[in-house]
Ligand binder design. Structure first.
Ligand SMILES: Nc1ncnc2c1ncn2[C@@H]1O[C@H](COP(=O)(O)OP(=O)(O)OP(=O)(O)O)[C@@H](O)[C@H]1O
Ligand SMILES: Nc1ncnc2c1ncn2[C@@H]1O[C@H](COP(=O)(O)OP(=O)(O)OP(=O)(O)O)[C@@H](O)[C@H]1O
Ligand SMILES: [Mg+2]
Ligand SMILES: [Mg+2]
Lengths: 165, 155, 155, 165
């Protein structure tokens, strides 16, 4: 399994629908300070079900919606969709591709999608956990947080290892 | 430690020590259970000794040593239980030239099993990538994205 | 605000805005008193708006934007009340190439009044220095120090 | 006024007496990870009277003493001495040079020195404050702490400005 496609629209600094096509190896993301690189990593973390405002650098859940700039009006919804290549049936679903999506509206209401149809957050998290793609796992290392594991309490470190078991 | 957790713990501990001494050119690092008699509830301590040094506690490590030790643990977890993909946001920011080299060669080896998305300002890290996306911000505060080749990057 | 604090506050606020828009090529930043009616007790809020963006709170800024905003305030304080010397430990770690350039030119201007000791891994920052010390660690865990010239550094 | 000379002995990774001669402009300190660069900045912060273990990356006051390595025994004392050029009489003392020193022993006892004779911490701090060389001021920016001023409370930021007044 790998992350084949990422589509971001209305999320943080991406008001226009923007898509990334990824291959299985190493993809590097570069760009000047403030251009939106960490927002891409936040988008992936968010679509996988992340709820922590600290990790998403927000205060309220609707802060991820493009809030407008000097020359561009705010939008009413943020949507992120990832397409996972499932040829190897890593996820226990009989599809060659699995699409997972998340939306949030200005009123704070969230929606989760799987292959186009609405599901609950629980369904997304349960499915992804089966493939070790959890949103709070070690697999997404936020900016400036790399050495957080050294300052964690022993119990917090334990939960990292529990995920790997 | 005959549980599933126990088996994982042993393997991660082993791999953590191996990555650590590969990164630091020696020395050793390992995990420890806060209460070995009660594996089900125990927490995990971390110890790291760069070669030739005597570190009393992790807060004596330098900024770069801390990043490298953390990456050694992350790569150990990915070795024992490969996640399908992994996103790294400027984990190389505190590393010197030589350590960036060690980091990228370990990354290349792991990328056989795990897909990586690596955000970086470091040219050496970009050179290890199979493909590159450039993100830019217009005067309108909107991010734009472009698929790049290495030759497109400023020297 | 006719007190000594008041006069300093006004000057620092002014200089902070100037450094910020020099670093970001526009936009504006300023300080604000939590309680303007009671200057003696009031705390200081900070606001920053990079050009073309609408930042609701400081935690929306990127890693590099945060460093640059903090350096703008530090340099404003040093402009208004020059400390005899200042030590900076890898403050340029999160900055991209262009911002390192802006940082070093502001540093050079300030070094007329304030002595700087700058710890860095960034070659561009080293190039701005008048003299260089190299620190190395032997296998014995002991730091050694050597005065260097730019030509001694690895490319 | 400027920092003319720094002498470190027995402090952190510097068991041997090591001296730096500085000029008034910009001096850059470079070197591999873990070589001892931040220890130099800690030495300057410490000699100026710093008491915070968080900022010194220690637990007890004697943790700054060289604790020994694989091939080198621990020592019993840490000493840092800075020589300040005072030609411009920035500090209200009638000397062209002012030496400030600090020592700590294994038993946790500290000594402060000024131009070779023992003084109290208060004397050092009072003198340096007159020259805006305080140890908790904005003039020493530790590694990874640059953007701390953005996360400070308004009252903490106020104390930064109070120093500049
Ligand atoms: N909800 C939002 N609406 C509009 N813009 C936003 C929103 N949230 C964040 N931003 C913008 O995103 C920018 C930060 O982007 P990001 O943190 O991804 O930068 P970066 O490329 O990682 O930079 P660095 O190299 O400095 O880490 C901010 O300047 C902010 O203006
Ligand atoms: N009391 C002590 N006795 C002996 N060695 C010590 C002591 N305290 C710290 N050290 C050593 O100092 C080293 C860290 O040095 P320092 O933090 O200055 O590195 P640095 O050059 O700043 O590296 P980086 O570029 O990674 O930030 C540690 O590896 C540790 O072994
Ligand atoms: Mg970023
Ligand atoms: Mg350091």
């Amino acid at each position: 399994m790998y992350l084949k496609k990422l589509s971001i629209q209305g999320f943080k600094s991406f008001p226009n629908r923007t898509t990334f096509d990824f291959g299985p190896g190493i993809t590097s993301v570069v760009g000047p300070n403030g251009s939106g690189k960490s927002n891409v990593s936040d988008a992936i973390r968010w679509v996988l079900g992340e709820q922590s405002s600290r990790l998403l650098r927000t205060k309220k859940s609707e802060d991820v919606i493009f809030s407008g700039t000097g020359s561009r009006a705010a939008v009413g919804m943020a949507e992120v969709i990832i397409t996972l290549d499932n040829e190897d049936r890593w996820l226990p679903l009989d599809f060659g591709e699995v699409e997972v999506g998340r939306r949030v509206y200005r009123n704070g209401e969230s929606e989760y999608l799987m292959n186009g149809s609405r599901v609950r957050l629980r369904d997304v998290v349960d499915l992804l956990m089966k493939g070790d793609v959890g949103q709070n796992s070690y697999a997404i290392m936020g900016q400036g947080l790399v050495d957080e594991v050294l300052s964690m309490s022993p119990d917090e470190r334990r939960s990292l290892l529990d995920e790997a078991a | 430690i005959h549980t599933r957790f126990g088996a994982t713990y042993e393997k991660v501990n082993q791999a953590f020590g191996e990555y650590f001494s590969a990164f630091f050119g020696g020395g050793q690092a390992h995990l420890a259970l806060t209460n070995p008699d009660n594996v089900a509830e125990a927490g995990i301590e971390m110890e790291a000794q760069p070669p030739g040094k005597r570190i009393a506690s992790l807060n004596m490590l330098s900024g770069g040593e801390r990043s490298l030790t953390a990456v050694a643990l992350l790569f150990a977890l990915l070795t024992v239980n490969p996640a399908p993909f992994c996103v790294l946001d400027e984990v190389d920011a505190a590393l010197d030239e030589a350590n960036v080299g060690r980091f990228t060669s370990a990354l290349e080896a792991l990328s056989q099993k795990t897909q990586f998305l690596v955000i970086t300002h470091n040219r050496r890290t970009v050179e290890a990538a199979d493909s590159i996306y450039g993100v830019s911000m217009g005067r309108d505060g909107v991010s734009k994205v472009l698929s790049l080749r290495l030759a497109d990057l400023p020297r």
